[in-house]
Each structure stands twice: as structure tokens, then as C-alpha cells.
Design a protein around this ligand. Structure first.
Ligand SMILES: Nc1ncnc2c1ncn2[C@@H]1O[C@H](COP(=O)(O)OP(=O)(O)OP(=O)(O)O)[C@@H](O)[C@H]1O
Ligand SMILES: [Mg+2]
Length: 486
């Protein structure tokens, strides 16, 4: 007796249809899983067997072969458990095979038969819908996420419940897709930051134009604090963008419990001990890295010179292209990675430089080696380089600055202007830019980036054209003076 059930395998963010075939034969009892299943997938044997026993169902005393087709596609992880269990039960006529065939099923089984959520449920449910299925059975925790795919997602807590539902003995209400507004969470507010007017201005520019920002200064001046407030002044994601970001976060298994849809622009701040693969993505079956988790949001590299050089260099390609291409034995995948990069650093290893009240004791060599960790090519990708001096006592004693909400309104207005009609550059401004190329000097990329920042400045000012003042401000953020000398 052969029965089949449907699920999907993920290759990157893309779901491929997988048929789970269960074949029961008479002979010496046994249980084999074939079809390029990895170790976690092989261990399904134990979970499925215990799960079926715990659900007070009968384990067929036969030779059982489960085939995951197509056999050429690598299968990874524990998400096939539920589907395998249901296929075995259908093959032994304990659930109706035709009704099972109308559902996709995804979920890990606990030894007591409970159904646990697995990563990537949204992408799987979208794949199921594309392949013409209308229903998916999944863990209760991932049902709202699956419902976002426009498919009926039936939350099942236990294998026994899935069986009762398929037999028609129990009805389950499909999960309601989440309310978009409820998915928004609070970000830290700019009102907490005192002083640092230039830093705040650069943050607003970064938000409006999606520019990369480097904050340089002595310890404790609010660099990290300011960087963390960038997502709060970005416009909320549109529904399409939210789905795109959620798909990535779901595949990586970092969705917050109770928040099936990511509506806030993401904020990622990996520790400097992170590996290159964790930043750009990797693994035998490719998984998104921090750069992709920050897609449509912010990637913060706090204390940037502490990051290993290969990690920083690995970011150069996604910074330029807006995506990461990972190619592994388990398949090739493309992950989107369009984020605003924010870096913070001190001016020297001891942190004293740039603070008039502190004497820096770093030797010239130490400063040079600190600075050399950042290649010119990487620094060239920062459109806005800003010094964060120690705030004066009066500034710290003063009330907080402007809160995030009005800043966000300006950012949204500027973005609309940039999208509608990017301002043209006046002749005088172009001349200034040409002179800067010679004097600074500016690379070809540098020139294009300065021009983009100037456009953002003009859009924020509501100006119809890019004037010399806008260009001059844009050029002021490129100045290498802000950086410790090499
Ligand atoms: N401009 C500021 N306005 C208000 N609070 C500030 C400001 N600067 C620093 N602080 C206070 O100091 C704390 C430390 O600031 P933060 O971590 O941002 O410093 P930093 O510049 O990143 O320093 P480091 O170089 O050591 O990482 C903040 O949590 C905040 O309480
Ligand atoms: Mg800091």
C-alpha cells in the first residue's frame, strides 16, 4: 500500500514541492527514509514512531519505506516529521489518503506527538499556494505566519488532532492573518539623545536617502545610542516589503514569538566575533546571514575596527549589489540584502583621541594598524562620515532633542520627493563637484555617492534643484578629516 503527502523543501527563500511517499510491505518490520535526507531528517524515524504511539495510533508492523521525492533535492531538518507521520498513517489506512492529499503539512514532532514550529513556514505556505493547494497543516505557533501566504492555515497542536481533523471527527478553525498595525513595535526614541546636532542631521539624511553612515568619536558620546535610533525614523514597511522581510526572518528562524509579520524596518547588530558566513549567509543548505536579515532596515557594525577584516570585506559586494549570492553543494540561493550600514568607531585604540580633556597615549604604529583594519574600499562606501565629540555639560543638562516622530515625517516626505522627481543639479553645483573630484580626491564611486547625498539634502529641504549649498554639505560628510590619520 502506498500513500502520499505533500510538503515543501526550501532552497534559499524558494519553496520546492516535495512528495512524501510511504510504502508498506509485508516482511521483516523496519523503517527506512530515502531521498537525500540529512541527519535531522533521518532522525524523523524516532520522532514519528514515538509520536504515532503517543497519539494512541497503531504503528504498522510492516517494512516501511518513506521516499522524499524528488530524490535529487537535498532535504534538511525536522520539518518533514508531520508529513511523514501522516503519510505512514494514510498508507496504513488510519487517515483518508485523498483528504490528506488536499493539504500541505509541515512541522516537527515531539516524542509525545506535539507539533512544533519550524523555520520558513511562510515560504513553504507560499510555495504550497503556488502549487495549487488551498490548505496547510502546521504548528499552532506558525499558523498566523502561514496564513499570510493567502492559504488556509490549520493550527494543529498534536498529531492526534491532525488525524482527527483529517478523519472529519474534529473541525479546526484556520488561523486569522495578523492585523498589520498590531505588528508594529516601539523603537528607542531620538528624544533621549542630547546635543550631537551634526550626528542627528546625518542620521536623518541616512534615513531619507538610505545612505551608509560612519560615526567616529571618543567613548560614551552617544554613537551606539544614535545608531540604534535609525530604524525608528525609517518609514514603516509596506505590506509587500513586510512579507519579503518576514520570509527571510522566517527561513533564518529569528521571527519573534507572537509577531508573525515583521512590520518595523529590521535592525541587526551582530557582535564583532561573528563569522563571515554568519554575516553574508552560508551553510550546506544556504541560509540568510545578518546582511539579509537587515534587508530594508539597518545593519550596525558597532566598534567596526574590532570586526575581522574578512568579515568587513565580505560586506563589500552586498553593499554594492543589494543582494548576496550563496552557492553551496546543497544548492545556490540569492538573498536580498539592501540595508543602510551604520558603523561606529573610536579615533584610536585607547579612545582618547578627539577628546580635548583626555590625552591619547597610542603610538603612531598602533593608530595606523587600528585604522588599517578598514580598507579604503570599505571606507569609500560610507557616504556620511561624522565626528561625535564629547557633549558639553550644558548640552547634557539640557532637555532631550527632537523626538523621532516629526523626523520620520520629514523622512517620509523627502522619500516621496526623491521617488517622484529627483532634483536636477545646478551648473554651479556640478562645477563644485568636479573641483572636489580633483581636490579631495574622490573616486568614481565617491563622486556618485556625494551626488546622491546632495540630492537627499535637496529633497529634505524641499528644493527643486540641487544647489551648491546642498553639494557643499554633502561634501562635508566625505571629509577624511573625521577619520584617524592612517
Ligand atoms: N549625547 C547623549 N545624550 C544623551 N545620553 C548620552 C549621550 N551620549 C552618551 N549618553 C549616555 O551614555 C551612554 C553610552 O553611550 P553610547 O553607548 O552611545 O556611547 P558610544 O559613543 O557608543 O561609546 P563607545 O565608543 O564606548 O562605544 C548612553 O546609554 C547614554 O545613557
Ligand atoms: Mg558604542
Amino acid at each position: 500500500m502506498v500513500a502520499r503527502a505533500l510538503t515543501h523543501a526550501l532552497v534559499g527563500l524558494e519553496a520546492r514541492r516535495v512528495e512524501v511517499e510511504a510504502h508498506l510491505q509485508s516482511g521483516i518490520p523496519g523503517f527506512a527514509i530515502v531521498g537525500l535526507a540529512d541527519r535531522a531528517c533521518q532522525e524523523a524515524k524516532h520522532r514519528v514512531r514515538s509520536g504515532i504511539a503517543s497519539a494512541s495510533l497503531e504503528w504498522p508492523n510492516k517494512r516501511i519505506t518513506v521516499n522524499l521525492a524528488p530524490a535529487a533535492l537535498r532535504k534538511e531538518g525536522s520539518g518533514y516529521d508531520l508529513c511523514i507521520a501522516l503519510a505512514v498513517l494514510a498508507a496504513s489506512r488510519q487517515v483518508p489518503a485523498d483528504r490528506l492529499w488536499e493539504h500541505a503539512a509541515v512541522g516537527e514532532l515531539a516524542l509525545d506527538g506535539r507539533v512544533r514550529p519550524v523555520g520558513g513556514t511562510l515560504a513553504l505556505a507560499e510555495g504550497a499556494r503556488r502549487h495549487g493547494l488551498r490548505r496547510v497543516l502546521c504548528a499552532a505557533e506558525s499558523a498566523p505566519e502561514a496564513g499570510l501566504a493567502g492559504i488556509e492555515a490549520f493550527p494543529v497542536h498534536h498529531l492526534a488532532q491532525a488525524v482527527a481533523y483529517l478523519r472529519g471527527e474534529e473541525t479546526i478553525e484556520p488561523a486569522e492573518p495578523p492585523e498589520l498595525e498590531e505588528m508594529l513595535s516601539d523603537a528607542p526614541d531620538l528624544a533621549d539623545v542630547r546635543g550631537q546636532e551634526r550626528g542627528r542631521r546625518a542620521l536623518e539624511l541616512a534615513a531619507a536617502g538610505g545612505h551608509n553612515l560612519l560615526l567616529v568619536g571618543p567613548p560614551g558620546t552617544g554613537k551606539t545610542m544614535l545608531a540604534r535610533r535609525l530604524p525608528g525614523i525609517l518609514p514603516p514597511l509596506t505590506r509587500e516589503e513586510a512579507l519579503e522581510v518576514t520570509r527571510i526572518h522566517s527561513v533564518a528562524g529569528v521571527l519573534e514569538a507572537g509577531r508573525p509579520l515583521v512590520m518595523n524596518p529590521p535592525f541587526r547588530a551582530p557582535h564583532h566575533g561573528v563569522s563571515a558566513a554568519a554575516v553574508v549567509g552560508g551553510g550546506t543548505i544556504p541560509r540568510p546571514g545578518e546582511a539579509s536579515l537587515a534587508h530594508r532596515g539597518v545593519l550596525l557594525l558597532d566598534e567596526m575596527p574590532e570586526f575581522p577584516r574578512n568579515v568587513l570585506e565580505a560586506l563589500r559586494q552586498p553593499l554594492e549589489d543589494g543582494f548576496v549570492a550563496v552557492s553551496r553543494v546543497g544548492g545556490a540561493a540569492i538573498f536580498p540584502a539592501r540595508f543602510a550600514l551604520v558603523g561606529t568607531m573610536n579615533m584610536c585604540p585607547c579612545g582618547g583621541r578627539g577628546d580635548p580633556a583626555v590625552e591619547c597615549r597610542c603610538s603612531v604604529q598602533r593608530i595606523a594598524s587600528y585604522r588599517e583594519k578598514l580598507s579604503r574600499a570599505l571606507l569609500d562606501r560610507f557616504d556620511l562620515v561624522v565626528a561625535m565629540p564629547r557633549p558639553r555639560a550644558v548640552e547634557l543638562a539640557a532637555a532631550g532633542g527632537e523626538p523621532s516622530a516629526p523626523v520620520r515625517e520629514r523622512v517620509i516626505a523627502a522619500r516621496a520627493r526623491l521617488a517622484a522627481l529627483p532634483a536636477l543639479r545646478s551648473a554651479a553645483a556640478t562645477e563644485l563637484l568636479d573641483r572636489a573630484v580633483e581636490k579631495l580626491p574622490l573616486s568614481g564611486r565617491g563622486r556618485a555617492r556625494v551626488a546622491r547625498v546632495a540630492r537627499t539634502i535637496a529633497a529634505l529641504a524641499g528644493s527643486a534643484s540641487v544647489e551648491t549649498e546642498h553639494l557643499a554639505e554633502a561634501l562635508s560628510y566625505r571629509s577624511p578629516r573625521e577619520l584617524p590619520a592612517a
